[in-house]
Design a protein around this ligand. Structure first.
Ligand code: JCE
Length: 239
C-alpha cells in the first residue's frame, strides 16, 4: 500500500516513521510519502490561499497548486483504483466500515486542507479522475486535515493483512463486525486487587460461559448508556 500526503505542513507526517506504522513501512507493507503543497507554487511568497469568492471570513486554498501536485504525484490519466481522501468537517462520517474498505486498496492520497478549506473545484476534479472520499472524523472542527489524515491512516493501516501481530484482537474490538455494533466491554489485567479495586470475580472464575455472558452484558449496558444511537430496536430486542 502506497500512502501520499499533500499538505502545507508535511512535517505532521514524520510520526508515521514511529511505532507499528514505522515497522510496517520498514517491512514494506506500506510506503509513505509526504509532500509540501508549496512546492507547486511559483510566486516568491509560495502562495496557496486567496480570499473567498462571494465574500466571507478567512481564506480559501487556491486550486492551481493542488492540480499541479496531482499531475506530478498521481498523474493526468483517470484511475479509479487510486483513492483520494479529503478530510473535511462537511464530509461523510469516517467509520470502521470505511476504514475496512480502504484497507484493501493499493494507493491512498490524503489531501490535507487548511484555512477555511480547499476550492471545491479541486474535489470535483479529483472525483472526475479517481475514487474520492470526503470524510469527517466527527462533529468538531480541527484547524486542518493533517490530524484527521493521521487518524484515518492508523484506522486503515492496522486492518491491512500482516500489519497487526495478532489479527484476532481486531475481531474483538468495538465497531468490528464481530461485536454486533456494540461497544467493547471493560478490560482488566493483574494485579487482581489494585488500590482497593478488584477485578470482577467472574473474570477470575475460569468459567468461560459466565465470562462470555458477563462481557456481552457489559457491552450491551455500555452501549445503551453511552451510544443509544448504536442500539437500534432490532439490536435492543436481540440483546
Ligand atoms: N472532522 C473534522 C475535519 C476537519 C477539517 C478537515 C480539513 C480542514 C481544512 C481546513 N479546516 C479548518 C476549517 C475551519 C472552519 C471551517 C472549515 N474548515 C479543516 C478541518 N475538522 N473536523
Amino acid at each position: 500500500m502506497r500512502l501520499d500526503y499533500l499538505s502545507i505542513f508535511p512535517g505532521y507526517f514524520d510520526v508515521l516513521g514511529i511505532s507499528l506504522l514505522g515497522k510496517a513501512a520498514v517491512n514494506g507493507l506500506v510506503d509513505v510519502y509526504a509532500h509540501d503543497l508549496r512546492d507547486w507554487t511559483h510566486d516568491r511568497h509560495r502562495t496557496v490561499d486567496d480570499t473567498p469568492c462571494g465574500g466571507g471570513a478567512g481564506m480559501v486554498m487556491k486550486p492551481d497548486p493542488w492540480g499541479e501536485a496531482f499531475d506530478e504525484i498521481i498523474g493526468t490519466e483517470p484511475d479509479p483504483s487510486v483513492h483520494v481522501v479529503f478530510p473535511s468537517p462537511s464530509g461523510e462520517p469516517f467509520t470502521q466500515s470505511v476504514a475496512h474498505d480502504l484497507s484493501s486498496v493499493e494507493r491512498i492520497v490524503f489531501c490535507c486542507g487548511r484555512y477555511e478549506g480547499i476550492d471545491h473545484r479541486v474535489i470535483d476534479y479529483a472525483r472526475s479522475m479517481w475514487t474520492v472520499h470526503e470524510v469527517s472524523l466527527g462533529d468538531y472542527v480541527l484547524n486542518g486535515g493533517e490530524v484527521a489524515a493521521l487518524a484515518i491512516t492508523e484506522a486503515v493501516v492496522r486492518l491491512v493483512p500482516g500489519f497487526m501481530g495478532n489479527p484476532q484482537s481486531l475481531a474483538e474490538e468495538s465497531f468490528s463486525a464481530g461485536q454486533d455494533g456494540l461497544l467493547e466491554y471493560p478490560l482488566f489485567t493483574r494485579p487482581v486487587s489494585w488500590r482497593g479495586l478488584d477485578v470482577p470475580e467472574v473474570l477470575m472464575s475460569g468459567h468461560h460461559g459466565r465470562i462470555a455472558k458477563w462481557r456481552r452484558d457489559e457491552s450491551i449496558r455500555l452501549t445503551r448508556e453511552r451510544r443509544p444511537d448504536l442500539t437500534d430496536s432490532d439490536v435492543s430486542a436481540r440483546h
